[in-house]
Write a protein that binds this ligand. Structure first.
Ligand code: HEC
Ligand code: HEC
Length: 504
């Protein structure tokens, strides 16, 4: 930014100014504008290439292991009661998430119904956090989950955790889990199957260790030992033999490590980064609109220079610094067992109260496809999110004043929804207080920008330019969705439909 300012205000000479004017006229002739000139400087300054996937070792969806991973990702056999799969909460047709504030995992009324209208007999979601997208999971280098409880200890750039050891909930904070596996995504995929609310159910392997649960599921798919005969149709061994090019038997091949590795490779093949913004950074000046350019300038310019300061945290081509910050989006839901139905975020892992209410900075790639937003899925639109940054206190108050969560699409069909989360206002205010304290000692990069309605619309419009066309296009996504005529190696494939019965 400064470079440009010095340039235009430098007393050098009329000649300089004339040259600039000629340049601008010339650029305008080529479809370029002053906003392009400003963005040029920003792109250089912030080292943006537009392509976060470059120089990364990521599989293609045609890779046989990724193909096996897809079959596993869609199989309800990995759910303890065979009623939930990974795709239950992470469907490509729903932006890699589930379109809900909080997921409904096990015990749903209809396991194959995903998105709005998916519910359980109590008509109440019990998973405490919003399901993030699995798109671009291979682009994270530091940690997965909102609190990074699956965390690379070395955080090497562009490695997806493949270089140094990984800590998981199976090991203590900062201690390597020697069984974590190849990369962060593989390490993460060992956990949903152990969660009673997400996939396991209370009854399956009740009280068993995580490893016993995983081994039982592997034995179910491999049709050996404790899992023998649990699947009436079972062609998994052939699938594993093909994927791993091996003639070994099930006890060697169909292990939970191999399951987790294949799940991870499938997820890591979901690279959706070909956005209009990417095309713009690579020289197509017409790829985004003038409003989006103005939004981009605001996004990448610090608040004290008249911008919105977003890239202070949503940094680089991935749009995340992979650090944890307090943003104080409204907190609802059953909570993580902290305080009164509260969620302390990163503090739960570090044990440090300074990290209370800190959550990992979201990547904003394809964000237009993944409403509702935040770790508790409380804002339904990007405009609401941006308005929160402008004035968090007013925004949280307005959220609760207008009936808060009861207006969220997922809660509109829930009777007595006002009485559901009696502590949510108090919890949300505690998070705002924490933000206030950090601001007082300048311990947070979150400074509220003063933005008018036009600027807010421009920022929203810029966020929309971060969507890969393919990520929102059913046809283009078909490589990541098994054919609905196919029921998978165990006849237990989740062929998702929406609440009206349309194929997702
Ligand atoms: C019932 C819903 C549900 C199911 C089923 C589920 N997930 Fe998730 N997933 C979530 C939620 C909620 C989170 C965030 C939890 C947190 O941060 O504490 C998450 C987080 C993740 C993340 C981390 C994303 C990020 O940005 O950090 C990945 C990757 C992931 N899930 C993959 C999987 C895989 C693989 C499976 C199957 C083995 C699976 N999920 C099953 C709900 C679900
Ligand atoms: C201090 C760091 C920081 C700054 C500055 C910041 N963000 Fe965020 N952003 C975060 C964190 C952390 C989250 C996740 C919070 C949560 O889940 O509770 C987030 C979440 C979001 C989300 C929701 C994403 C999702 O998938 O749920 C959007 C959209 C967003 N930010 C946009 C912006 C915009 C636009 C700006 C500038 C006006 C901005 N952010 C400034 C850290 C920041």
């Amino acid at each position: 930014m400064n470079k440009k300012r010095n340039y235009t205000t430098s007393p050098s000479s009329y000649l300089g100014i004339t040259l600039i004017s000629i340049m601008l006229v010339f650029q305008a002739g080529c479809g370029s504008s002053t906003s392009d000139t400003e963005l040029d400087v920003i792109i250089l300054d912030q080292n943006l290439t537009g392509n976060p996937a470059s120089e990364r070792d990521l599989p293609d969806i045609s890779d046989p292991v990724a193909q096996l991973g897809m079959a596993l990702f869609y199989s309800k056999s990995l759910g303890g009661a065979m009623d939930a799969a990974c795709v239950t909460c992470h469907h490509p047709g729903l932006g890699g998430g589930d379109g809900l504030s909080f997921p409904v995992g096990v015990d749903s009324l209809d396991p194959d119904v995903l998105g709005l209208g998916r519910t359980n007999s109590a008509n109440l979601p019990i998973v405490p956090r919003n399901a993030p997208s699995v798109f671009n999971a291979g682009l994270w280098d530091s940690g997965l989950f909102f609190d990074s409880r699956v965390e690379s200890l070395g955080k090497e750039n562009k490695a997806n955790g493949a270089v140094s050891p990984i800590r998981t909930p199976d090991s203590d904070f900062l201690i390597a889990d020697v069984n974590a596996g190849e990369n962060l995504v593989m390490a993460q995929s060992k956990f949903p199957v152990t969660s009673s609310e997400e996939m396991k159910t209370e009854d399956f392997e009740n009280g068993s260790t995580n490893d016993v649960i995983r081994d039982h599921l592997a034995a179910r798919l491999g049709d050996y030992g404790v899992g023998e005969g649990e699947l009436s149709t079972n062609a998994w061994l052939e699938e594993f033999q093909t994927a791993f090019v091996s003639s070994e038997g099930a006890e060697v091949l169909v292990t939970f490590d191999n399951i987790a590795y294949a799940l991870g490779e499938f997820e890591r093949s979901m690279v959706f980064v070909d956005t209009p913004w990417h095309q713009y950074v690579n020289g197509d000046l017409l790829a985004i609109s003038e409003d989006q350019k103005q939004g981009a300038i605001l996004f990448f310019t610090p608040v004290n220079e008249g911008g919105a300061g977003c890239s202070g945290c949503h940094r680089g081509d991935v749009f995340s610094d992979e650090q944890h910050h307090v943003i104080a989006f409204p907190q609802i839901g059953v909570g993580k067992g902290d305080g009164n139905n509260d969620d302390f975020g990163r503090e739960r892992e570090t044990g440090n109260p300074a990290d209370r209410y800190h959550f990992r900075t979201a990547s904003l790639l394809n964000v237009a496809l993944t409403a509702p937003y935040g770790h508790a899925g409380t804002y339904q639109t990007l405009e609401e999110v941006v308005r929160h940054y402008v004035n968090p206190v007013a925004s949280v108050n307005a959220f609760f004043d207008r009936g808060g969560w009861c207006q969220l699409p997922q809660y509109q069909s829930i009777g007595n929804c006002e009485t559901l989360y009696p502590d949510s206002i108090a919890n949300s205010r505690l998070a705002l207080q924490k933000l206030g304290q950090e601001r007082q000692v300048m311990a947070t990069p979150f400074i509220s920008p003063a933005l008018n309605d036009i600027q807010i619309a421009q920022l929203v419009s810029f966020l929309e330019s971060l969507t890969d066309d393919c990520a929102g296009d059913r046809e283009c996504l078909s490589g990541w969705v098994p054919g609905a005529g196919d029921n998978g190696p165990d006849e237990n494939q989740l062929n998702a439909v929406d609440v009206e019965g349309n194929v997702l």
